[in-house]
Design a protein around this ligand. Structure first.
Ligand SMILES: NC(=O)c1ccc[n+]([C@@H]2O[C@H](COP(=O)([O-])OP(=O)(O)OC[C@H]3O[C@@H](n4cnc5c(N)ncnc54)[C@H](OP(=O)(O)O)[C@@H]3O)[C@@H](O)[C@H]2O)c1
Length: 238
């Protein structure tokens, strides 16, 4: 059945892939980003807005939404000592407070939807400690807390889950994958010996938005090439 999804951060990376997958599956998407997506179809309606600045309720969103995905985030990799207080706050604002603003503005529309689902974005670096990730891991740790709290508060009507990717090839991470050597080193760090592609992560997000995941809430799904939970090193390798 055709569903209507709000995708915040639909112009790039994982959100763009999610938008395309949802459209390909026959759903309608309302996309909100500062830039447009370049996708042209009557099933996609776009709003150009900065979700940290705009009153989200003023965006003329549908009265009923079957799902909301909040994709914006940041990649601020610095040693702990070099991180400014303002950078911690900026990372928290875009990953966590932006999601709060969107979900407070869309709660009633979600309640009016069919089997509604929310998908938020965390990172593998919450579960697996990594150097230089203090600020984004703190911000995304807040997203995971929000995921479980809202899943409890909004049950049994609205399901709330998060996806926690490892390194995925998007404009956000282009600098990290900018040479063959860097790409190979990143692949080698993952048990599945690949970095993620936007569709790998978007497919899980689309599943969690959809009614096939109607018995799943309060979960953080690692889509991470095995990074958070698997070691492939064998005894003889050491
Ligand atoms: N890629 C990875 O390796 C990776 C790993 C772990 C976690 N994640 C998380 O996964 C999510 C998606 O990552 P991605 O790599 O797809 O990021 P991306 O390529 O930077 O895309 C982010 C999207 O959010 C939009 N956006 C950013 N700030 C916004 C604002 N203030 N108002 C409205 N829209 C805004 C951007 O569009 P505009 O610029 O047009 O506004 C863009 O469409 C993020 O939360 C990220 O932290 C990614």
């Amino acid at each position: 059945m055709k569903r209507t999804y709000l995708v915040v951060g639909h112009s790039s990376g994982i959100g763009l892939a999610l938008t395309q997958l949802a459209l390909d599956a026959g759903h309608a998407v309302v996309g909100v980003s500062r830039r447009v997506s370049g996708i042209v179809t009557p099933d996609l309606s776009e709003r150009q807005a900065d979700v940290l600045e705009v009153d989200v309720a003023s965006l003329d969103l549908p009265a009923a939404l079957d799902g909301v995905a909040y994709c914006p985030g940041s990649l601020n990799l610095k040693s702990f000592g070099a991180l400014q207080e303002s950078q911690f706050l900026d990372d928290f604002r875009i990953s966590a407070l932006g999601a709060v603003r969107v979900l407070q503005a869309t709660a009633n529309a979600l309640k009016a939807g069919r089997q509604p689902g929310v998908v938020l974005f965390s990172t593998v670096a919450v579960r697996q400690g990594m150097p230089f990730h203090a600020s984004i891991a703190m911000a995304k740790g807040a997203v995971e807390g929000l995921t479980r709290s809202l899943a409890a508060e909004w049950a049994p009507v609205i399901r709330v889950n998060a996806v926690a990717p490892s390194l995925t090839s998007t404009p956000l991470t282009a600098r990290l994958l900018s040479s063959d050597e860097r790409l190979q080193a990143s692949r080698d760090r993952h048990p599945l010996r690949q970095v993620g592609q936007p569709d790998d992560v978007a497919a899980t997000a689309l599943f969690l938005l959809g009614d096939q995941s109607r018995w799943i809430t309060g979960q953080v799904w690692g889509v991470d090439g095995g990074m958070s939970s698997v070691r492939t090193e064998r005894r003889g390798d050491r």
